[in-house]
Design a protein around this ligand. Structure first.
Ligand code: NAP
Length: 247
């Protein structure tokens, strides 16, 4: 049990990669705090999956991009569990459009949830981790933040921003024994990618040396590694998980 007794907060864990991470952490003994914004049913399903397999956790709903909600949510978690050992900044959205058609609203929304949300949670949770003198932060970036993608200038900017943020935070927090790393997934089978037209999926597939898309559980195993003592000397890194799509 690699996370026995640890409390882990996984944002956006009502479905997709976040749910897989929550389940993988629970299987290793973590008490998991499931978070989402509007999807109460999904968050409860994640918690039900955790408890059905003998795990333990709670649900804390808040919008990661709203400072007041983040503050109240983290306070509640600390009141219930007393500590937070692992933070996974997973919540994310896309609003794809070609640059010339992209509205300010589409640009701002993606930056707000993906990048500002990561900043707000990291700032609020690491304040507490600093007192503990230990902690693990895992930020979910994207291969798109490293190589760009037509139609996703907002998303690429947010995910590249997360990489810079991760490196700066890693430098600031290392003296307090807090590691901060980023995962940059390629094409993972979730609701976020299921909606892409078949032609777009085929184009992506042709660029992947391993010849397939990944399952969310494969990303969860990497998040698990970066959240345990097995990765104690790794900080400020961006780990790609993309089937060789970007090297
Ligand atoms: P998903 O299935 O759309 O799940 C994202 C989750 O985040 C949803 O449960 C969503 O809630 C939640 N969320 C959205 N806005 C939020 C907010 N303001 N506050 C709290 N929660 C919020 O996406 P996914 O594919 O699992 O992606 C998870 C992460 O991996 C994202 O950061 C994404 O950018 C990244 N990623 C995904 C892929 C991929 O191929 N799937 C590739 C690279 C990176 P609702 O259910 O209420 O919408």
């Amino acid at each position: 049990m690699r996370l026995s007794g640890k409390v882990a907060l996984v944002t956006g864990s009502a479905r997709g990669i976040g749910r897989s991470i929550a389940e993988a952490f629970s299987a290793e003994g973590a008490i998991v705090v499931v978070n989402d914004v509007g999807n109460d049913a999904g968050a409860c399903e994640t918690l039900a999956a955790i408890t059905a397999s003998g795990g333990n956790g709670t649900v804390e709903m808040f919008d990661v991009s709203d400072a007041a909600q983040v503050d109240a949510g983290v306070k509640n978690i600390l009141a219930v569990h007393g500590r937070i050992d692992v933070l996974v900044n997973n919540a994310g959205i896309t609003r794809d459009n070609l640059l010339l058609r992209m509205s300010e609203e589409e640009f701002d929304a993606v930056l707000r949830v993906n990048l500002k949300g990561t900043y707000l949670l990291t700032k609020t949770v690491t304040r507490h981790m600093m007192k503990q003198r230990s902690g693990k932060v895992v930020n979910i970036s994207s291969v798109v933040g490293m190589m760009g993608n037509a139609g996703q200038s907002n998303y690429a900017a947010a995910k590249a921003g997360i990489i810079g943020f991760t490196k700066a935070a890693a430098r600031e927090l290392a003296p307090r024994n807090i590691t901060v790393n980023a995962i940059a997934p390629g094409f993972i089978r979730t609701a976020m990618t299921a909606g892409l037209p078949e032609a777009v999926q085929k184009t992506f597939l042709a660029q992947i040396p391993l010849g397939r898309f990944a399952e969310p559980q494969e990303v969860a195993q990497l998040a698990l590694f970066l959240s345990t003592d097995a990765s104690s000397y790794i900080t400020g890194q961006v780990i790609g998980i993309n089937g060789g799509m970007y090297m």
